[in-house]
Design a protein around this ligand. Structure first.
Ligand SMILES: Cc1cc2nc3c(=O)[nH]c(=O)nc-3n(C[C@H](O)[C@H](O)[C@H](O)COP(=O)(O)OP(=O)(O)OC[C@H]3O[C@@H](n4cnc5c(N)ncnc54)[C@H](O)[C@@H]3O)c2cc1C
Length: 462
């Protein structure tokens, strides 16, 4: 694979020699992401160091007919940053990592797309502000990647997901021209809601250069607890019952027995290794009394649903240990077998117990080892199949199980993906959840904004 030498020379002249990569060893780093898919090396990788140069890079690639895949940290789990086959360009946002403004009076911030999510949340906290979206990958994921996939996180139940915090943005179209949408105001109905269109667009419509994000005052009080259950299904019932009781914890996370044991042997966080499942719950709010009363209600629901133990986190350190264990559920499982295939099916919360049973029976039918964790309060489970990609017979069973998970989720009026996106991995399922007309409508939008079909081809809408 190669691009003409003259084009590489042009890239170097415009972007600087240290921002253009064509060596095999460099390109290998951008051939894959966190999904289990075939690798595809790009022909060139570009790392513009300013927003202006980002626009120039987009325009140059487009003019030269090079397919463009923008890459934040490559932590997506759907193949959304696997480059197109053949000669293509990867544009990296790693050097676009400046927080341009944090406005504590008007509660917003303006950021470049390559800012790492956790660094941004910390910078907001240093100003006494709160940025709630916290994907499990927040220590490495970028805000651009979060917006392009509408990332969720552990606080989704009460605080929503990335889309609830995007007030506006600037992005480059296929000619490298800047398009502006939204504003620094809470209200803005100027023009079409283009930010809404760009959210979850997976790099298929344009390239974000800056994003305006809403900030909140932090909650004044919070309480975290762990509820252990003997049976998987009882924990799922407790989630559905908590929501039905009109209690809105900020976090309501689920881990099954396999995840508990894997996380405990990795982290020694003091999790109950004899439990069939645990819920990790946090309630927060404006007063310690209100929070204490919500916590009592949640405890009562858990006990009614058969919780065998409820442990409150006494201090900040213990709370951090619990969340650390949950955030490390996937890395802990990944230590057990060579390959982890993580799914993202999401169902209405009241159907969670049925989904939990469907996953268990699929695992038994296909004779596969599966750990389940997830944002249970959002109805979003991550069944994670532990396997070895090099074993074709086993992997055929994995693929059959993944199809079964999608069928089950759609059968329960759920969705293919709560937060990980469609990417390459699920594009063929799009029509099944929606219909032909929806796919055709989306293709017309894509065709109008990307007439040569060069923005992240093969992803999302095919
Ligand atoms: C251990 C682990 C835990 C995770 N936990 C969660 C979780 O709790 N919630 C969740 O939602 N996800 C989670 N994820 C998935 C993933 O981290 C998120 O989807 C995250 O938003 C991806 O960010 P990124 O910077 O890695 O983006 P990338 O993977 O690099 O890119 C994702 C998409 O964004 C596009 N993109 C990136 N930058 C731009 C830009 N400037 N303009 C246009 N398009 C752009 C890319 O082309 C691609 O389509 C997890 C992943 C891992 C590995």
């Amino acid at each position: 694979m190669s691009v003409p030498k003259s084009l590489v020379a042009d890239f170097r002249k415009v972007l600087g020699g240290d921002s253009v990569f064509v060596e095999e060893a460099d390109l290998l780093c951008y051939a894959y992401d966190s999904a289990v898919l075939e690798q595809q090396k790009p022909a060139v990788a570009l790392a513009p160091s300013t927003r202006e140069l980002l626009g120039r890079a987009v325009a140059m690639c487009y003019q030269a007919g090079l397919p463009i895949t923008v890459r934040g940290s490559g932590t997506n789990l759907s193949g959304a940053t696997v480059p197109a086959p053949g000669d293509s360009a990867v544009i990296l946002t790693s050097k676009l990592n400046r927080i341009l403004e944090i406005n504590a009076r008007d509660l917003y911030a303006v950021v470049e797309p390559g800012v790492v999510t956790a660094r941004f949340a910390e910078a907001a906290a240093a100003e006494g502000l709160f940025y709630p979206p916290d994907p499990g990958s927040r220590e490495v994921s970028t805000l651009g990647g979060n917006v392009a996939l509408n990332a969720g996180g552990l606080r989704g139940l009460k605080y929503g997901v990335t889309k609830d915090y995007v007030m506006g943005m600037e992005f480059f179209d296929h000619r490298g021209e800047t398009v502006k949408t939204g504003s620094r105001t809470i209200k803005c109905v100027t023009g079409y809601n283009l930010a809404g269109l760009m959210l979850a667009s997976e790099g298929t419509l344009g390239v974000f250069s800056s994003i305006i994000l809403k900030l909140l005052p932090p909650p004044k009080a919070s309480k975290a607890m762990l509820a252990a259950f003997k049976r998987f299904r009882d924990a799922a019932e407790a989630v559905a019952e908590t929501v039905a009781a009109r209690i809105l914890p900020c976090t309501l996370e689920f881990m099954d027995a396999k995840c508990i044991r894997a996380a405990e042997s990795f982290l020694n966080a003091g999790l109950p290794t004899d439990a069939g499942a645990i819920l990790l719950i946090e309630v927060d709010g404006g007063s310690a009394e209100g929070v204490a009363s919500d916590a009592e209600e949640v405890k009562a629901v858990c006990l009614k649903c058969g919780a065998s133990e409820i442990r409150e986190a006494d201090d900040h350190r213990e709370k951090a240990r619990l969340w650390e264990a949950r955030r490390n559920a996937l890395p802990s499982l990944a230590r057990l077998r060579p390959t982890t295939v993580l799914e993202d099916a999401t169902v209405p919360r009241s159907r969670l117990p049925e989904m939990v049973e469907a996953v268990a029976s699929l695992a038994a039918r296909h004779n596969l080892e599966v750990g389940v964790f997830g944002h249970a309060g959002d109805g979003n489970l991550h069944p994670t199949i532990l396997c070895d990609r090099r074993d074709p017979e086993e992997f055929a069973r994995v693929e059959a199980m993944v199809d079964g998970i999608f069928e089950a989720a759609l059968g329960l009026q759920g969705t293919l993906s709560g937060e990980h996106g469609i990417g390459l991995a699920k594009a063929r399922w799009m029509e099944k959840e929606t219909n032909r007309a929806t796919v055709e409508f989306s293709k017309r939008i894509r065709g109008a904004l990307d007439p040569k079909g060069l923005f992240n081809p093969g992803k999302k809408i095919v």
